[in-house]
Ligand binder design. Structure first.
Ligand code: UDP
Length: 255
């Protein structure tokens, strides 16, 4: 559990740091949950991610989380194997709900009040997503996990992360990476040793250069709604706090 000081009403913690945004949407890829196995849910990784979320809450930051499902199923995988794309995408949305329930369990073990809200209705296990209700949960200090994507096929979870950030008045989409890449690079650092990390980049540069930040639909949405994106390595312990406090050199700001 976090031992960080609690924030006062202005969002300033006892150590004098004001978070850059009072409310964020954290986008985590399902693959982050898989750890080195590459599939399924690694409890130790989920706990590490949850501890960083609890730490963000200790700074007074409202946190809504959108999780992908790539550790279990991606619609494109099924479509590539000849399945109907929409059917395969609904399976992907269900995968995001499984991950969301795992994260909820871990957050609650850390005594962090949490609600899962789904875009596909499943009242036995989670609340339906209702914007005003989600707002209320956030105001009460609950972490809100937004599961099931948009509830519509032909999207990835990047787009609901951007959409929910806009409708819940979040200051930024914080996009966690999980493969050791700690931001946006001039080229793929795993293929090109001369690639350098960028501290900041514009939406248009991301789109024009085809940089793999988030899917282009979500980048366009963020651009249209002036919603900044920070890409950072979510698997480095304490990195979420570093992003929230603006530590130099951590992640890449897209705006
Ligand atoms: N998905 C969808 N609509 C949405 C969000 C997700 O159809 O609004 C499906 C889609 O098949 C996607 C899968 O859910 O591949 C898992 O989400 P994503 O690929 O974003 O997972 P991640 O790569 O972040 O683990």
């Amino acid at each position: 559990m976090s031992d960080s000081p609690a924030a006062d009403a202005t969002g300033t913690t006892a150590d004098g740091v004001t978070p850059r945004w009072p409310r964020i949407v954290l986008k985590l890829s399902g693959e982050a949950f898989a750890g080195t196995a590459g599939f399924g849910i690694d409890g130790a990784i989920v706990r590490q991610l949850a501890e960083d979320v609890v730490d963000a809450r200790s700074m007074g930051v409202d946190v809504a989380i959108v999780i992908g499902g790539g550790n279990i199923w991606r619609g494109m995988t099924g479509a590539g194997a000849g399945m109907d794309r929409a059917q395969a995408d609904y399976m992907g949305m269900l995968a995001t709900i499984i991950n969301s329930l795992a994260l909820q369990d871990t957050l609650e073990q850390l005594e962090q009040p949490t609600r899962v809200m789904t875009a596909l209705h499943m009242e036995q296990i989670a609340e339906p997503y209702i914007r005003r209700r989600a707002e209320r949960h956030l105001e009460k200090g609950r972490v809100v996990i937004l599961a099931g994507g948009l509830g519509a096929p032909f999207f990835t979870t990047d787009t609901p992360a951007a959409l929910r950030a806009a409708e819940l008045s979040a200051g930024a989409v914080i996009k966690g990476t999980h493969s050791g890449v700690d931001g946006v690079y001039t080229a793929d650092p795993k293929l090109d040793p001369t690639a350098t990390k960028l501290d900041e980049i514009t939406y248009m540069e991301v789109l024009n250069k085809g940089l793999k930040v988030m899917d282009p639909t979500s980048i366009t949405f963020c651009m249209d709604n002036a919603l900044p994106i920070v890409v950072f390595d979510a698997l480095q312990v304490g990195n979420l706090r570093r992003v929230l406090t603006g530590v130099a050199g951590v992640g890449t700001l897209v705006r």
